[in-house]
Design a protein around this ligand. Structure first.
Ligand code: FAD
Length: 151
């Protein structure tokens, strides 16, 4: 198996409705489990940043579906590279919603307390993904909205 990681950022489109996030997460959980893809999606109602890891062919086919999705646009690939071992092995797709506790992290990596992932480069994107992993349990507690945790 050739393991890769992929990070992209994108912007929420007008096709994104109130139920879209739940639908995207349910779809991601289902497909990713089938394809042994793991990762995390960071979201703030304006932008997405997603990290995917898995076998190269599975990650590529998933990403090509995601890029065509009309619920977002301006998809910018920040990294696609080889990986020795998974970072999010037990998460078919974890999610993190922008919240107060993440503002210092945003400020450090994006020069703004608000989540604006287009300010990231390949290196800082990888660094924030690693940091986000340690925020996962807390971020879910503070997200308030969605109650499901997608493992
Ligand atoms: P289903 O899972 O059956 O779709 C469920 C419902 O979602 C549909 O009934 C429809 O209402 C809506 N829907 C599905 N596709 C679209 C579309 N292209 N445009 C508008 N509405 C649609 N998929 C993954 O497999 N793994 C991921 O990690 C993943 N992450 C995503 C991250 C983002 C930011 C976005 C926007 C999408 C993501 N998706 C992911 C979803 C992906 O883009 C496809 O929509 C999905 O994989 C299609 O699966 P499906 O055909 O089985 O549809």
């Amino acid at each position: 198996m050739e393991l890769v990681k992929l990070i992209y950022v994108s912007t929420v489109s007008e096709a994104f409705t109130l139920s879209s996030f739940e639908e995207i997460m349910a779809s991601a959980q289902r497909h990713n489990k089938e394809n042994s893809i793991t990762g995390v999606l960071y979201f703030n109602h304006k932008y997405f940043m997603q990290y995917l890891e898995g076998d190269v062919s599975d990650v590529e086919s998933t990403y090509s579906r995601i890029v065509k999705d009309v619920r977002h646009y301006n998809v910018k690939l920040l990294d696609k590279s080889m990986l020795d071992s998974r970072q999010f092995g037990c998460w078919s797709m974890a999610y993190i919603l922008q919240s107060e506790i993440l503002k210092p992290l945003n400020l450090y990596f994006m020069d703004s307390p608000d989540f604006d992932p287009y300010r990231l480069n390949t290196q800082s994107a990888n660094e924030i993904i690693t940091e986000l992993k340690s925020y996962l349990p807390l971020a879910h507690l503070h997200s308030g909205g969605l109650s499901k945790v997608y493992r």
